[in-house]
Design a protein around this ligand. Structure first.
Ligand code: GLV
Ligand code: MN
Ligand code: MN
Ligand code: MN
Length: 428
C-alpha cells in the first residue's frame, strides 16, 4: 500500500464543483453549432476564443502560461526543485461536430481547478506541476487525432503532417501560423513541441468515462490501467460513374457498391475475433457526385478499428486491406488505401495508478480499475512518461453528443482525486 506524503494527506482542498461547471458552460458558448451542441475545430474563431478563456482561467489560478509551436497551452505551478521534471495533467477543448460540453474540457478546466486548489491549500510541490490544453485531440480539421500529444511524444512525422490538408486546402503549418503559433517549417514546428522523459516525470488525465460502466455499477471513480490501441484507414474506391438511367447494369463499376461490401466486411472482421474488445466502425462515407441520377463515381470511407490487443487489431486492419483489394479487383474499381494512424495501446504506469488509488482511498470513494476504450492524449503521453487516467461517470455513458452530462459532484470528486494524486506524484 502506498502511504501518502504527510503534506498531501494534510491538504484541505476546496473544490467547488458548481464553479467548475459554470466555467464549462461558459466555455461551451464558443461553438460552431447552436447550444447545447458543441462544435469546436482547431484554430477556428471559436477555438481561439476558448483558448483565450482557458489562459484567463490559468492566469486567475496563479499559473505561469506558456504556449508551444503546435498550439499546446501550458499552465505551470513552479516546484521547490527548479531542475526537476514536471508532473503534468490536462486534456483537450476541441470538439467534434455536434458534441457536448464535457469531453476533454473536464480535464482542462478541472486540471486548472486542481492546481488552483493545491496552491490555495498552501501546497508547494517539489516537482513543478503543469496543466496542458492539448491541441486538437479530435481528428476533425486535418483528420489527425492527438496532434499536440502525438508531437510531444515525437510520433508525428513533419513530412506526413505536410501532406494533410483541411477543407480549404490549408496545411497545419499555415493554420497554426495564422493562429499565432507555428515556426519557419513544419519540422521546426514539430521539434518545438517535443517533450522527453527528462522534462516530464508523470502524466495524469481526468476525463468523463464516455461509457456506462461506472454509472451502472454505482461507482464514483474509474482508475484506468490501459488505453485501447486506435487505428484509422482512409479507403477510396473510384469507378467511371455515368448516367443512372442510361448506363446499363452490366457496364457499371459502381464505387459505392464496393464501399458497401467493404463496410459489411468491416463489421464481420471485428465480430470475427470473437473478443468483445475488438471494435470497428465505418463512420465517414463520402460519395461523388452524390446525385440521385448518377452512378457513384467515387466513394471515400474512413474506417476506425480498435482493440486492447495491438497485434489482434493489426490483424483486423490487414484483413480489411486485403478485402478492399479483392473487392476492387472483382468490381473493376480503382483503390487507394491510406493508413491515417495505427497507434499502439498504452499500459498505465504502476506508480501513477497507485497514486490515484491512494487518493481514492484517502477521500473514501468507491472505484474500480478499468480500461479506456476511447483514446486520449494520455495514450501518447504514456510513450514518454508513466501515465494514468481518472474517469468519472457520465449520464448513460453518453458522449460525442449534445446531451453529454456529468454531475457537479462527480466532477468535484474527480478533481479532488486528481489534485491529491498529482500532489503525491510531485512530492512536497
Ligand atoms: C476520441 O475522441 C476517440 O475517438 O476515442
Ligand atoms: Mn472526443
Ligand atoms: Mn476526449
Ligand atoms: Mn477523445
Amino acid at each position: 500500500l502506498l502511504s501518502f506524503a504527510p503534506a498531501a494527506a494534510a491538504l484541505k482542498l476546496q473544490v467547488d464543483g458548481q464553479a467548475v461547471v459554470d466555467q464549462l458552460m461558459h466555455l461551451a458558448q464558443w461553438s460552431d453549432d447552436p447550444s447545447p451542441a458543441v462544435t469546436r475545430l482547431l484554430f477556428t474563431d471559436n477555438d481561439m476564443k476558448a483558448r483565450a478563456y482557458v489562459k484567463q482561467l490559468m492566469r486567475e489560478a496563479g499559473l505561469q502560461i506558456r504556449e508551444d509551436t503546435m498550439g499546446n497551452v501550458y499552465g505551470r505551478l513552479p516546484g521547490s526543485d527548479p531542475t526537476a521534471a514536471a508532473v503534468a495533467t490536462g486534456s483537450h477543448t476541441d470538439a467534434i461536430p455536434g458534441a457536448g460540453a464535457y469531453d476533454g474540457t473536464v480535464g482542462v478546466i478541472g486540471g486548472i481547478a486542481a492546481l488552483r486548489a493545491l496552491r490555495e491549500a498552501g501546497f508547494t510541490p517539489a516537482k513543478p506541476l503543469e496543466v496542458v490544453m492539448f491541441t486538437s485531440e479530435e481528428p476533425t480539421r486535418f483528420g489527425l487525432s492527438c496532434s499536440g500529444s502525438r508531437t510531444m511524444a515525437g510520433l508525428l512525422d513533419p513530412a506526413y503532417l505536410d501532406t494533410l490538408r483541411d477543407v480549404n486546402g490549408s496545411t497545419y503549418l499555415q493554420a497554426a501560423t495564422a493562429a499565432g503559433y507555428g515556426a519557419a517549417s513544419s519540422a521546426q514546428m514539430v521539434a518545438g513541441a517535443r517533450r522527453t522523459p527528462a522534462d516530464l516525470a508523470a502524466f495524469l488525465e481526468l476525463h468523463i468515462e464516455q461509457g456506462p460502466e461506472l454509472e451502472k455499477e454505482g461507482l464514483q471513480i474509474g482508475v484506468v490501467t490501459a488505453i485501447a490501441a486506435p487505428a484509422a484507414l482512409r479507403v477510396k474506391f473510384s469507378g467511371d460513374g455515368g448516367h443512372a438511367g442510361a448506363q446499363l447494369m452490366p457496364l457499371r463499376n459502381d464505387a459505392s457498391l464496393a464501399a458497401a461490401e467493404l463496410a459489411i466486411f468491416v463489421e464481420q472482421a471485428a465480430l470475427g475475433t470473437g473478443v468483445i474488445d475488438t471494435v470497428a466502425t465505418v463512420g465517414s462515407w463520402q460519395v461523388q457526385p452524390n446525385a440521385v441520377n448518377s452512378v457513384p463515381r467515387e466513394t471515400a470511407l474512413e474506417i476506425d478499428v480498435r482493440d486492447i490487443d495491438g497485434p489482434r487489431r493489426d490483424g483486423v486492419l490487414a484483413a480489411i486491406k486485403a478485402k478492399a483489394a479483392a473487392i476492387a479487383e472483382r468490381r473493376k474499381v480503382r483503390l487507394q488505401i491510406e493508413t491515417i494512424n495505427q497507434d499502439p495501446p498504452a499500459a498505465c504506469g504502476t506508480e501513477v495508478v497507485a497514486a490515484v488509488e491512494g487518493a481514492v482511498r484517502e477521500l473514501g470513494l468507491s472505484s474500480k480499475r478499468m480500461v479506456s476504450r476511447a483514446y486520449h492524449d494520455a495514450l501518447f503521453m504514456a510513450q514518454i512518461a508513466p501515465t494514468g487516467m481518472v474517469f468519472i461517470p457520465c449520464r448513460n455513458g453518453w458522449s460525442h453528443r449534445p446531451d453529454e452530462f456529468a454531475s457537479p459532484s462527480d466532477i468535484a470528486r474527480g478533481i479532488e482525486v486528481l489534485a491529491l494524486a498529482l500532489a503525491q506524484l510531485a512530492g512536497g
